[in-house]
Design a protein around this ligand. Structure first.
Ligand code: GDP
Ligand code: MG
Length: 466
């Protein structure tokens, strides 16, 4: 997400950070570039204008001019204004009401409502231990109800059956009654969408709303529609009292204009980002983290959270203990790390969250893509336990055997061994603090200082070892 914008702003940031002194002239010049970058990212024009005006005012103020590192101070201002633009803080779902708390999702056809219901159901069940019921009111598309039922089964939430012949308003009421009787915490209501905003859809949505009285009414919008996303959201908000937005398909959106405009245009907070097709691909929206990501500072906190959810704690401790005792980081350890990566949704999901990765750019993601990770695991699997523990014994003939055994080339075995060496070196540097301390350092203090991470130095072992 945001890769184009991020590349542009990162380059601009780097250039200005290098300048010892800022003048009105080079600030103007830089602001012009930022403006171009935002417009190319499809951020709405009025939003861009306000944004640039704010940044200019602050940049010409004393805080930058007097700063010892004016370039960095400038980047910090841009960061701060991006955060402001996207709504300051994470707006979580507010489910505080007498249960069942009804959450209704509305939006155009294909925007990702049904998928988002499944993702939300999973998140509420897994992270908040809620008892969740889902109902589909999309009686116009024959497959829509089955789709939700299938997804509900997949994520383990209950499903209230829908009679496609019945009036959706009636079904909605019946589902709420069933949720009350069944002591559900949350009822998720999936609604019908159409290809464009139309009268009939709006009036049905508002009748459903009146019938189930949701505590949250979320507008689901495809981020790839760019500026249109913001205007559709506004049209919906006129008919329905929206409490927030779910921005979907951000994984395919290189521009990011919708994420930057929509809050300002609608006044509604983005609550979640859809980041993939699978049911775990939903992230709570944190403006500060996204701003850091856009500026190439990496989204360290989301990364750490993801890590904490997925990393096998016991295994991490075991590895830390082993390293502390002065034992080396061997190929068994490397394999474990690689397996963790695949558990955490693969390299793609991790890459754009890590600081410095934007700069290291496509080179890294090309070399360290998911296929590469799988290949590395395959090569390590093809070794004997002795080779894994003492890679130095791997000579030419062993390399050939490993290559044949894993169906790969000798060069790839060489690359693996070289990478392992680099990781080993890095692990040595981290040895003193161990895994835990390192993770703390990674997440320390919230916002990353611009340029405050040594290149690659902020990466946990196994992720940056190239
Ligand atoms: P609905 O008509 O609003 O209910 O939309 P669906 O939930 O059926 O989604 C339409 C399509 O978008 C499906 O193919 C989904 O897999 C896909 N989709 C939904 N959310 C995301 C997302 O965050 N990322 C990606 N890549 N695809 C998504
Ligand atoms: Mg649907």
């Amino acid at each position: 997400m945001f890769s184009n914008l991020s590349d542009r702003l990162e380059a601009i940031g780097k250039r200005i950070k290098g300048k010892g002194r800022l003048t009105e002239d080079n600030i103007q010049e830089t602001l012009r570039e930022v403006r171009m970058a935002l417009l190319e990212a499809d951020v709405a024009l009025p939003v861009v204008k306000d944004f640039i005006a704010q940044v200019r005012e602050r940049a010409l103020g004393a805080e930058v001019m007097k700063s010892l590192t004016p370039g960095q101070a400038f980047v910090k201002i841009v960061h701060g204004e991006l955060v402001q633009l996207m709504g300051e803080e994470n707006d979580a779902l507010d489910l505080s009401t007498r249960p069942p708390a009804v959450v209704m999702l509305a939006g155009l056809q294909g925007s990702g409502k049904t998928t988002s219901i499944a993702k939300l159901g999973r998140l509420l069940r897994e992270r908040e231990k809620k008892k969740v019921l889902a109902v589909s009111l999309d009686v116009y598309r024959p497959a829509a109800i089955d789709q939700l039922q299938r997804l509900a089964d997949e994520v383990g939430m209950d499903f209230h059956p829908t009679d496609p012949e019945a009036d959706p308003i009636k079904t909605a009421k019946a589902a709420k009654e069933a949720a009350r009787k069944g002591y559900y915490d949350v009822l998720l209501v999936d609604t019908a969408g159409r290809l464009s905003v139309d009268e009939a859809m709006m009036s049905e949505a508002s009748r459903v709303h009146a019938a189930v009285e949701p505590v949250e009414t979320l507008f689901v919008v495809d981020s790839m529609t760019g500026q249109d996303a913001a205007s559709t959201a506004r049209a919906f908000d006129e008919a329905l009292p929206l409490t927030g937005l779910v921005l979907t398909k951000t994984d395919g959106d290189a521009r990011g204009g919708a994420a930057l405009s929509i809050r300002q245009v609608t006044g509604k907070p983005i609550k979640f980002l859809g980041v993939g097709e699978k049911t775990d691909a939903l992230e709570p929206f944190h403006p500060d983290r996204v701003a850091s990501r856009i500026l190439g500072m990496g989204d360290v906190l989301s990364f750490v959270e993801n890590m904490e959810r997925n990393v096998d704690q016991a295994q991490a401790e075991r590895m830390a203990g082993k390293l502390k005792k002065g034992k080396g980081f061997d190929l068994e350890d490397m394999r474990e790390q690689m397996q963790q990566i695949t558990k955490m949704g693969g390299m793609d999901g991790l890459m754009d969250k890590l600081p410095g990765m934007g700069q290291m750019g496509s080179q890294v993601s090309q070399q360290m893509d998911d296929q590469q990770v799988r290949r590395q695991i395959a090569m390590i699997n093809a070794m004997t336990p002795g080779e894994r523990r003492k890679p130095e014994v791997i000579n030419g003939s062993r390399k050939r055997r490993i290559a044949v055994g894993s169906g790969l080339q000798v060069q790839e075995v060489n690359r693996l061994l070289k990478q392992h060496k680099q990781m080993q070196k890095m692990m040595k540097q981290f040895r003193k603090g161990g895994m835990k301390k390192m993770m703390r350092q990674l997440g320390g203090g919230g916002g990353m200082p611009p340029g405050g991470m040594p290149p690659g130095g902020g990466l946990p072992p196994g992720l940056g070892g190239r």
